[in-house]
Design a protein. Sequence first.
Lengths: 347, 250
Amino acid sequence: MAIASDSRPLAAEVAYFLTRRARWSPLEIAFWLLALASIWLFPTKHLILTEICIWAMFALSLDLILGYAGIISLGHAAFFGLGAYSAGLIGKYGFIPEPVLALVVSGLIASVVGFATSFLVLRGSDLTRLMVTFGVALMLGEIANKFSNITGGADGLQGVEIGPVFGTFRFDLYGHTGYVYALSVLFLMFVIARRIVRSPFGLSLQAIKGNALRSSAVGIAVNWRLVAIYTLAAGYAGLAGAVLAQTQAFASLEMFSIERSADVLLILIIGGTGWLYGGLIGALIYRFLQDELSGLTARYWQFWIGLILVAIVLTGRDRIGRWLTPAAKLADDVAKLRSGRPQRARR
Amino acid sequence: MPVVLETRGLDKHFGGIIAANQVSLSIEKGARHALIGPNGAGKTTIVNLLTGVIKPSGGQILLDGADITHLEPHERVRLGIARTFQINQLFADLTPIETLGLAISERLGLGKDWWRIVGSKAAVTEEIIELLERFRLGDVMRERTGILPYGKQRLLEIALAIACKPRVLLLDEPAAGVPEDERHEILATVEALPKDVTVLLIEHDMDIIFSFADRISVLVNGALFVEGGPDEVARDPRVKAVYLGEAFDA
């Protein structure tokens, strides 16, 4: 598409191109309105929807490092578990009675440990990173196991008491408060992540993922950028774990497990990396499949999950992207009509 | 003219292989300095040492008299040393707009900004446009870099280095692999560089070197061999011998 065909000045054109993905598309607005509506549409499903929100937060966290910075992890549950135990212990011992503040503190604790371990994932190949992240998760899980007098060890953290949100909204048995709470936290986390990946910092992460050598040759302090995003992602994973501990009033060693790290990777791959919605959609699909398939074959449902995973990876995301092109084109056309802007070339 | 970039007794060994041997090179401000030599002479090694991609086994690198031998690559970029790569090192998934926007944002110190949207600053977009026009990349500015024609990628490679606003620019075979009829476009952009930018050019093509350089250093087996003005070097029988592949007895 030639520039000449466009009446707008080049400066506006370039600025528009750079900021185009920062605008909320109609499809995105519809997505979040639907999520909001689900509070009233599916009042009996709030417990499972809460679970989906938590998986979505966790996968969103993984997308920040894997999808944007190219850091592969097989131990992301380390921070999830850490956030869960932080929130659980805070609740059990009543350090901070208000859950939102307790949540923030739990996220911070996870990000501090994320920062401390980020230096381990800076160097080395993907395999090294897989093993290092896996190892960190194992160690944290065993620390929680060892100090059973505080954490309850293999029995899990019992007797967690979570106060009302903002001192007003009590967590109820049907999970209504829990769902609104989890959805709100997810939305806030999403908005912040969305902003970050479109910032110069976010662009530099994508550059590092694409070519670290050239990134440093244009003046990017590659290692510090990776430390920063790893720290943030650890905090995000901690928030996800903390919401789980708070809504369930329970934390267990399973929250550190390799299965959880693998599941979140699976969820992100199902939904697609590097566009933030992957974790959200992946969590929906995963949980839905889990429900549907376990209805069909209660014990062997993971066979089908495995089959779907193999199919997705072998088919390649690009091809799936092409199947979705008509939908993307439709969304683009709607955006064009709405704003009266000429259609732009797609990447 | 004052010396901008200088190396003193620079050594680099890879195991038993000597890639740079006591290289002492002085590049004057505003120079059009060419570094030539047969294949495997260690030219790219010198660029990698100057930019910090590899660390020297011995010796010193000075920028404006200050020792930069142990600085990280990105720190040297901030001090004004930028380079291009012999083999394209670009961001395949980014567009030229984003690629240039990235480098400009970094230079303006916006790279750590995690809240403002890329492209929301007029200073950045204006400079992107200037570079797109100067390097004739406007018609492909929205395409993924990975699918651009090779010649365009080569132009982007140089534009990206220029986006760092270097005081010293190291060009590692800028026209390598570009078809004959497209070379002039690349060379024209190189020749149009501002006079106050110091350029160190690595090249094989003698026509390019002699039309461009005002100073030539010849590197053979990792060591500086001859240095002088173009005429001087052209007349030097030892250089001829090296380039004709004759055995030369040092």
